[in-house]
Structures are given as C-alpha cells and as structure tokens.
Design a protein. Structure first.
Length: 447
C-alpha cells in the first residue's frame, strides 16, 4: 500500500512550487497574527535551506512520506520544531497541491509558448530564404498549383501562432489562487487569501472553494492545446520526411538530424522528424488518460486526482522537446531549388490558370473547365505536361495567341498572378513575412 499510495517519484519536481507557496502562506499567517512572526521567519529560513539542499542534490526523498508536500514538511519540522508544525495552519494538502500544480502549470505554459514563438521565428527565417523558390502545392497529395516555398512555410507559422495563443489564453484563465480553500470549505482562521495570491503573482483568488480543490481544467486545456500543437508539428514533420525522400528530393536534412541504417550503408533516415511524428500518439493518449481519470469524480478531491501529474508532466516534457528539436533542425534543412523547379513541369499546374484566362474573356467557367480538361487529357496521352503542349494547338481550342498563352502557362509567372491578401504572390508573401515576425515577437513579449 505504501508503494501504491506514494507519488513522490512523480511529484518531487514540484519542490520549487511547494516551497514558494509555503513561504507565501507562512508570511500571510504571520502578517495576520495567526502564527507568531518569529515562527514565520523560522519557517521561511527553514524552507529556503531545504530548497538549497534539493537544488544541490543532497535532500533525501522518502517514499514512506508519500509526496513532496509531506517530505518537505517533515524535514522542516525536524529543523524548526513547533514553528514548522504551524505551517499547515489554515491549509489542507488539497489546496496545497492545487496551488503547486497551478504554479507549475503557469511556468510550463509560458515555457511552451516561448518555444512556439521560437519555432515561428525559425520558420519565418526559412521562409525568407525561400522567397524565390517555387514548387508545386498539393491537395490529396496530387500536384495542384504552383506556390512559393515561403508561402508554404508561413502556413505553419499561422498554425503555431494559434497554438501560442491557446497556451497564453489557458495561462491567463488559470491565473487564480486556490490557497485558502482548505480541504473543501475554507478555514475559520482570519486569513488573507488576496495577500497570498498577490505575492504569488496571481490575478485573483478562486471563487468557490469546492471547485478550487477539484479543478484540473487548466491541465486539460494545456494538454488539449498540446495535442493540437503536436498535430501541427507532426504535419510539418511528415512533409519533411516526404520532401527528403528520393521520390521528391525537394530538401536534404543535415546529418546532425539524420541517422544511418544498421544494414544499408547508403541510407540517410530523417529520424528527428519521424520521432516528432511518432510522439504525437503519446501526447494525444495523455489527454485521453486525464479526461478518463476526471470524468466520474464527484466533488471534491479524490485520490484519483493523484494521477493528474504524470500525463501532464510527460506531455509538457515531450512537446517542449519536440519544439526544441524542430526549431534546431530547420536551419539544417537545405532546399534543393532545382528539384522544386523541375517538379513544376509535371502535374499540369497551370491548368486552372488557363481555365480562368478563358473565363476572363467571357467563357462560362464550366465550359472552360471542360475544354481545359480535354486538353489535359490529350497532354496525358502524349506523355506531356500541359505547359509543354504546342501553343498553337492550345490556341485553337481556347482562342488567343500563342505568345499570350505562353505566359499563362508559365508556373513561375502564375504564382505572382495570385496577388490577393493571403496569397502566394511575391509582394504578398513579403508583407506576410513582416507581419508574421511582428506578431511572433509581440506574443513573445506577452510571455
């Protein structure tokens, strides 16, 4: 039962938050006259000494004391006697652990948001370097229309910007102190919840003591946001894997983020990207685990909630690691512009441009779609790309002269014709680069 009940192996990482919260609680108790001021000073000095021992690695964590809270309190009482025994006045382990995990969550959300802004900036740099690289854009993994590589990278910047906002929103919503809620119904002592909350940097105190000790919504929010962010990472990783294959060859990933094969000497495997993709299932599973723990719990605290920390800590650790690796890997991704350019001549990428050119000259879109579709079919029969078909033949089908149609069918020129907000034209992408960088730096300042 001792092994089954203990959580010290998991929650010892909350030592900083536990000591920080206990110092604020002791100061408040002394200021309100609930405990003697001298006891408050002894408690604070004792807690700081313990913090130093933990940081130095000399503190001995004991499984028989169950958790980080009792480990620290037991040692404090050894050093300070009756003074340390007064620390738990007007406090329960229920509001104590609720406080500690909120403090840890607040730092974790800020840390993850900071890493996300770093990834945005790395993608923006990659986009700036790929401003004049044109490659096929895909739907259904089929070549669709030509786009700038920078436009493609900036699509991920949009995703990770939304992810950053989700973590910042969750942190702001959860920035309230549960300390003073007691086991479930507060305390009869004349404590000052607001003073302790201010000292700990909270915006406010929780409004309901029963909700305060049993609320783990903020962990669910972090983990849900993490699932979305990791999904975005996985999509980016998947494209790096595909693009680095011999079949595509759009990029080459540096050796520092690749590995060889144990058997095949020619292999260069994109393991960093594959691991990021693979960890997505683990992070998704952690959210389901905590949702399942919480789904049947009556108010207020139940021991089941001890199972909240391990999936949360693992999600935070793994997401942050994936963000660090992806950010570090991007500067080692070499774009093979020649392969990207060669791919523009396959897949009939300017078929839509030709249809729209016909519509601009009065043809109904469905008729233009049918005519160009017939031309594509003929090009397929000849083993040609539409842009390689004799221009005179195309002109007979759609009207116009061959010189004009040559420009219409040029995939490089086609990109800049899409000169709309949010589009891939050069001037639009340059503006998007500037706007994205400003937004990422603004989000970083908010952290």
């Amino acid at each position: 039962m001792q092994r089954f009940n203990a959580s010290i192996g998991v929650d010892k990482r909350l030592h900083r938050e536990d000591i920080e919260g206990s110092i604020a609680h002791a100061r408040m108790l002394a200021a309100r006259g609930v405990i003697p001021e001298e006891d408050g000073r002894l408690i604070e000095a004792g807690l700081r000494k313990i913090a130093g021992e933990i940081e130095a690695g000399t503190f001995v964590f004991r499984e028989d004391l169950e958790d980080i809270h009792m480990n620290i309190e037991s040692r404090l009482r050894q050093d300070t006697g009756d003074a340390g025994a007064r620390l738990h006045t007007a406090r329960s382990r229920n509001d104590q652990v609720a406080l500690d995990i909120r403090l840890y969550f607040r730092r974790a959300a800020g840390r993850t948001a900071n890493l996300l802004t770093g990834l945005q900036l790395a993608l923006i740099e990659a986009a700036a370097g790929g401003l004049d690289v044109i490659l096929p854009g895909y739907t259904h993994m089929q070549r669709g229309q030509p786009v700038r590589l920078a436009h493609h990278w900036l699509a991920y910047v949009e995703m990770f910007s939304r992810d950053t906002g989700r973590f910042l929103d969750a942190r702001a919503r959860a920035n309230e102190s549960p300390l003073g809620s007691g086991a479930l119904a507060g305390s009869t002592f004349p404590i000052d919840r607001q003073a302790a909350a201010r000292e700990l940097g909270f915006d406010r105190v929780t409004a309901n003591s029963m909700d305060a000790v049993s609320d783990r919504d903020f962990l669910l929010e972090y983990m849900a946001a993490a699932c979305i962010a990791q999904t975005h990472l996985s999509r980016l990783a998947e494209e790096l894997v595909i693009w680095s294959s011999a079949e595509f060859g759009f990029i080459a990933i540096g050796d520092a983020f690749s590995t060889g094969s144990s058997m095949m000497p020619q292999k260069k495997n994109p393991d960093a990207a594959e691991l990021i993709r693979g960890k997505t299932g683990r992070i998704h599973g952690n959210l389901i685990a905590l949702l399942t723990v919480l789904k049947g719990l009556p108010l207020t605290y139940n021991k089941d909630m001890q199972e909240d920390k391990e999936p949360f800590f693992d999600t935070s650790d793994q997401l942050d690691l994936c963000l660090e690796v992806m950010t570090a890997m991007l500067p080692h991704v070499r774009v093979r512009a020649d392969r990207c350019a060669a791919a523009l001549r396959q897949g009939h990428l300017t078929a839509t441009d030709l249809a729209e050119w016909m519509v601009a000259r009065g043809a109904p879109f469905r008729e233009a779609h049918h005519v160009v579709g017939r031309l594509v079919g003929e090009a397929e029969r000849r083993g040609l790309d539409l842009s390689r078909m004799p221009l005179e033949e195309i002109a007979r089908e759609v009207g116009g002269d061959a010189g004009e149609l040559k420009a219409v069918l040029d995939p490089v020129l086609a990109v800049d014709r899409r000169d709309l907000p949010g589009g891939p034209a050069r001037r639009r992408v340059k503006a998007a680069l500037t706007a994205s960088r400003k937004r990422a730096l603004k989000q970083r300042r908010m952290i």
